[in-house]
Design a binder for this molecule. Sequence first.
Ligand code: SME
Length: 165
Amino acid sequence: MADILTLSDSPDRAAQWAHLLPQLELLVQGESDRTANLANLAAALRQAFGFFWIGFYLARPDGSLVLGPFQGTIACTRIPPGRGVCGAALVQRRTLVVPDVERFPGHIACSSASKSEVVVPFFTAEGAPLGVLDADSDRLDGFCAADVAGLERVARLAAGCCAAA
Ligand code: SME
């Protein structure tokens, strides 16, 4: 794995993601431990983009989610099946982009400073739920299309890390 992350100096967010993603692939290559890889992915995303909160919730057999590796302020440890943005994204099996968390019915506020959120669920090759990647911003509408596309790529990478574990 690479031990130094280089960050793009381009002002273009899509270019920043394009520069980062191959490094993330290298970062997890050759390591089979799920916790180690998810922890490094969260750290790299925080380092590259300064997300207010970025991390993983992992799926339990009963459909609930439990807090996994993350970077940011302390967070709720358990999310019941279907609850919050995280649970909804997992049940609906699609990325949820929430520009204003106060307008999302059932949003779970781990921090009052979180204003917008993107949650990307990820699954095994057979379609079984593995978890979600959750990114929070302290600004309203804090994520652009390049962020959503990039986070979806990272979630696929995370799925590979979980499948290998
Ligand atoms: N807001 C999330 C809960 C997790 S925290 O944002 C870290 C939700 O509504 O599911």
